[in-house]
Design a binder for this molecule. Structure first.
Ligand code: FMN
Ligand code: SF4
Length: 466
């Protein structure tokens, strides 16, 4: 039997194959964060391909409005999520194990209009008065007007680094903004919020949870080498890993030993002064020792190198180099996108194996063929193979390979049309769903007539009958 289709133990369950669909936000929830029928269909469609593990998108653990992102911050979300897990079980013939990715994120504002920023948001200090040649008694309004009259370069020179960023990119909270009470309190609030969310996940029928410790969000920021908190939750490696370990302990205590609890984390941040692979391997070893059931490795996806958004839009953490490394395209430099991030999971796996054989490592990034997947497992670069965009392009691809019908796989072309939709918070679809399959003259048969809200795109992958 191929390694890819061999079972693998993942904490409390055994995945029937070593295949994995990682989290992908499809923008199909309501503004209230509910699992709509479209959300349920989206996961049902992945379940048709019967992956070993299917991870539901980054799901907010707080009960606060967060646009059409799925949420699990209150018990009222449980029935909708239960429909989702029931659908996955029914459509995969009970074979696919389903996890939910639990996320916390800090506030990020849209890039403001310059006049609005200078007129309202900027808090005026004496250094601003000095910069525009006004004396200390000058009214705020006079300082605002003088700043607004400056040529742009001079204005930037009159502002602090953080103010320049607030103006040019939109204000963004950091985990080391401990002058803000709710941020100082994160070590007190987050373990309970993650534990509550995990308990709801179990009530909704999930086989476990994936703690989102990756990319641009709160927990990854605690792990980041840029984290300069001085309260014991930042600075050196022990300080940076402290809250993630406390979150894990709180979740484990709440759900017990018979529910799988793993995390997604970065093998490398890919930003100046960011976390290196050696540090990531050290974190992973600590997680494994502390009872993490799996470690899924991603790369980059940070705000620090994001492109400047247009006025009125928010920065998107997948626009800079770190973002490109996170979802590599065919335009990326050597050695190309295919299996590009496997050296990270390989190094993490080696580190984890020093302390335990029981914690599988999930590899991801540009994996889209049987040969690549099988080689990744044979070479020991990971224990389970995750494919996001290839599974989006063709959710049935796992079954097609398993049935020896690989020539029918609709192949992802890795140019990130889907990611462009994610960036605009539009319903995510694959550009290939609206094209004829290769070698065929007619458009593919579609699963129902569901179309995106702009009416232009199929909302689901074309149907395939085995
Ligand atoms: C549309 C889209 C949404 C994504 N949403 C998430 C997410 O919610 N959480 C996460 O950890 N990764 C997310 N990712 C990243 C993928 O899980 C994966 O790490 C990345 O696409 C690289 O894998 P691939 O080359 O197999 O696509 C998303 C990717 C895409 C394309
Ligand atoms: S839209 Fe493009 S990159 Fe995204 S899954 Fe489809 S083919 Fe792949």
């Amino acid at each position: 039997m191929s390694r890819l289709f061999a079972p693998t133990r993942v904490g409390a369950f055994t995945a029937h194959t070593s295949t994995w669909v990682p989290a992908m936000v499809p923008w199909r929830s309501t503004e209230e964060g509910d699992a709509t029928p479209e959300v349920v269909d989206w996961y049902g469609r992945f379940a048709d391909g019967r992956p070993g593990v299917l991870v539901v998108e980054a799901t907010g653990i707080r009960d606060v409005p967060s646009g059409p992102l799925l949420r699990i911050g209150h018990d009222r979300f449980v029935p909708g999520l239960r429909r989702l897990t029931d659908e996955v079980r029914a459509r995969s013939n009970g074979e696919t194990r389903v996890l939910i990715q639990l996320i916390d994120f800090l506030r990020i504002r849209r890039r403001p209009d310059k006049a609005v920023y200078l007129g309202r948001f900027l808090s005026i200090e004496d250094r601003h008065r000095e910069a525009v040649g006004l004396d200390r008694g000058a009214e705020d309004a006079a300082v605002r007007a003088a700043l607004a009259a400056l040529p742009h370069e001079e204005l930037l020179a009159a502002l602090s680094t953080r103010e320049v960023e607030d103006l040019e990119f939109g204000a963004r909270e950091r985990v080391w903004d401990t002058h803000l009470e709710h941020i100082a309190e994160l070590p007190r609030t987050l373990p309970g919020l993650f534990a509550d969310a995990a308990e709801r996940a179990v009530a909704a029928g999930f086989d476990g949870v994936e703690l989102h410790f990756a990319h641009a969000y709160t927990m990854a920021s605690f792990l980041s080498a840029r984290n300069v908190r001085e309260d014991g939750y930042g600075g050196d490696l022990e300080g940076r890993v402290r809250l993630p370990l406390e979150v894990l302990a709180a979740v484990r205590e709440r759900v017990g030993p018979h529910v799988t609890v793993g995390c997604r984390m970065l093998g490398e941040e890919v930003i100046g002064g960011g976390t290196t692979l050696d540090e990531a391997a050290w974190f992973a070893r600590r997680f494994a020792e502390a009872g993490m059931d799996f470690i899924s490795i991603s790369k980059g996806g940070k705000f620090e190198d994001a492109k400047q958004p247009r006025v009125g839009a928010a920065a998107y953490p997948y626009t800079g180099e770190s973002g490109h490394e996170c979802m590599p395209t065919v335009r990326i430099g050597d050695p190309g996108p295919f299996g590009r991030n496997l050296p990270l999971s390989a190094a993490v796996r080696r580190a984890v194996r020093e302390v335990t054989d029981a914690v599988p490592v999930v590899g991801c990034g540009g994996l889209g063929t049987f040969r690549e997947a099988e080689a990744a497992l044979a070479e020991g670069t990971c224990d389970l193979v995750a494919a996001a965009r290839q599974s989006l392009a063709d959710p049935d691809w796992w079954r097609k390979m398993q049935l020896g019908r690989g020539d029918e796989v609709r192949r992802c072309i890795y140019t990130n049309y889907c990611e462009g939709l994610d960036q605009k918070h539009k319903e995510v679809t694959c550009q290939l769903w609206d094209r004829p399959d290769p070698g065929e003259g007619a458009p593919p048969p579609h699963a129902g007539s569901l179309r995106s809200s702009d009416g232009k795109r199929q909302l689901l992958a074309p149907r395939w009958d085995a």
